[in-house]
Design a protein around this ligand. Sequence first.
Ligand code: URA
Length: 189
Amino acid sequence: MDTWESLRAECLTCQGCSLAETRTNVVFGDGAEDAEILFIGEGPGQHEDEQGKPFVGRAGKLLDDMLEMVNLDRTKVYIANIVKCRPPQNRDPLNVEQDACIDWLRRQTALLRPKIIVCLGRIAAKSIIKKDYRITAEHGQWFEKNGVQMTAIYHPAALLRDVSKRPDTFEDMKSILAKAKELCEHTEF
Ligand code: URA
């Protein structure tokens, strides 16, 4: 069985796909190791690659603000990505890269055993919730898989590009807080 320490150490040396050749740092994940809510992004950008932490650039700042607006913050959740290494020029991670990387997220999820999973954007939702997930039509809806409640919201980078999506996301965040109050046992919200 993994521990957080052994899993992180193993992941930091991963050579599972060609993104390993261009990365500065593996972005393993960040947050409370007993969090009951797991947020899943797509993959590291430039700042994340430089610092080895998820969501530390402009999109990350917006994510922090969105979390704080509903009394969630990074100390109460865990944040990880579908791929742990930066795709060059911030392109979408290829299927072959997602497939090579997904086992790290599976093992993180097995350690965390979250009550709630929140996908950030279309790529994570397609990988985690269902292949034909449509973010515009289905953001904020709840799905149940293996006893875990799952939803997706617009990716913070999409909210930077298109502020008209923000009110919907605020509603989705309130729904996440309500679900957290209902299901989470040891986190104070
Ligand atoms: N976008 C993501 O999907 N993940 C990050 O960690 C940063 C930006």
